[in-house]
Design a binder for this molecule. Sequence first.
Ligand code: URA
Length: 200
Amino acid sequence: MAENLEQIAAEINRCQKCPLAKMATQAVPGAGNPKAKIVFIGEAPGYWEDQKGIPFVGAAGHLLDKLLASINLRREEIFITNILKHRPPNNRDPLPAEIKTCSPFLRRQLLVIQPEVIVTLGRFAMNFFLPHAYISRVHGEAKPVRWEGLDLLLVPMYHPAAALRNGQVMQQLQDDFQKLAAILHQEEKPAPPPEQTSLF
Ligand code: URA
């Protein structure tokens, strides 16, 4: 039988494949709509996520909620998760070995959800799909990618935590959410009928 998100979350909660599991309070598998058309992917749980077991519930999460509200998106409509499911000590960057060990969970989650649009928050999530891309060059652009048999529209964005530290990044992130709204609006429209060529 096909797996579901609860089964994957249960496995994540039991996972001891890397040392982060021993240091963290608990795992943060992800949250939201299992049938979401849009998935947001961050880097790793921070302090509050580690305390609560829910992604993006600290300061960066509050900003994310405001950005979502600015384009009329609610958390119940989307799915939010991270590249790493356990908090790295002192919120340090994920290590390549940790990404390699943990990302099969993300892969399985995405194959269950089958989203149409993936918004990556920060360079670690972006580099999972686009290993050579630079966030300063591609943020806010919708890139069609074929990934693991899925046709996805990938929209890389800056991480909300970076926006909290830098006013220019904040402005770019706000602008990118407006671009995302336009992309989603475009996605909703039915495909135009094939052009009619008159014989007369
Ligand atoms: N930053 C992330 O990348 N993910 C979270 O869940 C919280 C903060």
